[in-house]
Ligand binder design. Structure first.
Ligand SMILES: Nc1ncnc2c1ncn2[C@@H]1O[C@H](COP(=O)(O)OP(=O)(O)OP(=O)(O)O)[C@@H](O)[C@H]1O
Ligand SMILES: [Mg+2]
Length: 471
């Protein structure tokens, strides 16, 4: 759990090299302490050996030795080491000490150091040398060996090592404490940032401002701020839309209310009542139309990409739409026709594609003067990858400046007819959801309007996907 936190992980990364450093440096300190203690121990052994060696002398023609107390006092220590010596004349004649102490494999006139094990199992460090004695032409070689147990030497190693080790462990602990405190202090802006984000209420969409921030953290804050800005923009658009929708709904509702009130007051007089009822009917009709359009727009906006992946028979959709609008075309005395290429299948959602065509044909029928002509064309483009749906009329068309605005929600370019101003925004939303486009242009000779919608052909998508089943 500790390693799950940034602080824990950083501490861990610091602890690893520091521990390695302390181990290596501790090992080196140990080696150096051992070398120093060995040197001092060896020096003491040599001194003791020489003191003993100096006291060997002739007495009545034979070699004798007196062990001076100074030779053994050299080894006095609180550890009370055991000291052994052995002085032998040639022919292994023991002059002093004990034979328990073994001789080195080779001895010389210079001191020879060696470590050996006694019969009782104790290990000792020893030094040996040979002294030559002359007396009236006689020569005698005497071997002197001095040894001691390693108690005081080991104690010295520890004494030399202890302050070094203590210093290193203390440095390690202090480094960890300071780094922990430093991290806690340095992570405070991040914690503050976390609190700032966590404590926000859903409507709080202003950018995050953190006074003291490390430059590594700034890209994160900038990314969060960009995300907040996008959310804020979207929320503003939604709010605007809701308020506009409410505004649009309020007018027919108010009218309906006034008309109903009027009808109630004039219950006995037939003619005004009929007018009021007609008004009520129109208002309720507009409200229904608006509600339907709002619903359709919401459906188009929320259409998931998976929903617009059906194989849609475009000709069948267009035929269905024309069938539903033919009566309306007749009442407006408009010649409604279609020019369709065979076997046109697009990738999309059938209901939304039908809604798209309905809105375009509905516009053409409503804004074209009586006696006009409306044609729905469908064919595939030259590259055979897109279907082009064109709704052509010979009505008044849309001026260039109005063309730039007709895709805005609730925008209407004509005041003479009823409408919600949501038809073309719905068309564009559906086209975009299908990966398509909508363009408006004047008809042939500048007469009327041509609306072109491009959609992906099912065959084109299927062949790029490999098999139809993959789509
Ligand atoms: N075929 C057309 N000929 C002339 N003007 C058109 C045509 N189609 C659309 N317009 C103009 O563009 C405006 C926006 O059209 P849109 O379909 O978005 O809204 P609407 O038709 O007014 O209302 P509704 O939401 O009921 O369709 C219309 O008010 C109309 O002035
Ligand atoms: Mg319309």
């Amino acid at each position: 759990m500790f390693l799950g936190s940034l602080r824990g992980r950083l501490l861990w990364w610091l602890l690893l090299p520091l521990a390695a450093f302390v181990s290596v440096s501790g090992w080196m300190s140990l080696r150096s302490a051992q070398a120093t203690a060995d040197l001092m121990q060896d020096n003491a052994l040599v001194s003791s050996m020489r003191i003993i060696g100096e006291d060997i002398d002739w007495d009545n023609g034979s070699v004798v030795v007196q062990i001076p107390p100074a030779a053994l006092e050299l080894f006095e220590s609180p550890e009370q080491d055991s000291v052994f010596y052995r002085v032998e004349a040639s022919g292994h004649r023991l002059l002093a000490g004990s034979t328990e102490l073994p001789l080195p494999p080779r001895t010389g006139y210079d001191p020879t150091f060696f470590s050996t094990r006694l019969d009782d199992g104790r290990t000792v460090r020893a030094v040996a040398y040979v002294r030559q004695l002359y007396d009236s032409g006689r020569r005698e070689e005497v071997t002197v060996v001095v040894a001691k147990t390693p108690g005081s030497r080991d104690a010295m190693v520890w004494q030399l090592l202890r302050p070094q080790l203590l210093g290193e462990v203390l440095t390690l602990v202090l480094a960890m404490v300071f780094v922990y405190l430093g991290l806690t202090f340095e992570l405070r802006p991040l914690m503050k940032l976390k609190d700032d984000v966590a404590d926000r209420n859903p409507s709080q969409l202003e950018p995050i401002r953190v006074a003291r921030l490390h430059f590594e953290l700034r890209p994160i804050v900038d990314a969060i701020n960009r995300c907040i800005a996008r959310m804020s923009e979207q929320t503003a658009t939604q709010r605007q839309f809701i308020s506009d929708a409410a505004h649009q709904l309020r007018t027919p509702l108010t009218l309906l209310d006034a008309q109903i009130q009027f009808a109630r007051q004039r219950e006995n007089s037939d003619a005004p009542l009929a007018d009021a009822l007609l008004g009520m009917h129109k208002s309720s009709h507009r409200m229904t139309r608006l509600t339907n359009k709002l619903l359709l727009l919401a459906q188009a906006e929320s259409a998931q990409p998976s929903r617009v992946r059906e194989r849609v028979d475009l000709n069948a959709v267009i035929a269905g739409v024309l069938e539903g609008l033919i009566a309306f075309a007749q009442t407006r005395q408009i010649d409604l026709g279609a020019e369709l290429e065979d076997d046109l299948f697009v990738m999309g959602d059938e209901a939304l594609t039908a809604a798209l065509v309905t809105n375009l044909v509905d516009n053409a029928l409503r804004y074209t003067q009586a006696g006009g002509r409306v044609t729905v064309e469908a064919h595939c483009n030259e590259d055979h990858d897109r279907a082009l749906i064109r709704v052509v009329d010979d009505g008044p068309g849309i001026t260039a400046e109005a063309r730039a605005r007709v895709f805005e929600r609730f925008y209407r370019a004509s005041s003479g007819t009823d409408g919600t101003g949501l038809g073309l925004p719905i068309v564009r939303e559906i086209a975009h959801r299908h990966g398509g486009t909508v363009t408006l242009e004047p008809g042939e000779g500048g007469i009327g309007l041509v609306v072109t919608v491009e959609m992906r052909l099912w065959e084109a998508v299927a062949s790029t996907a490999g098999t139809r089943g993959d789509i």
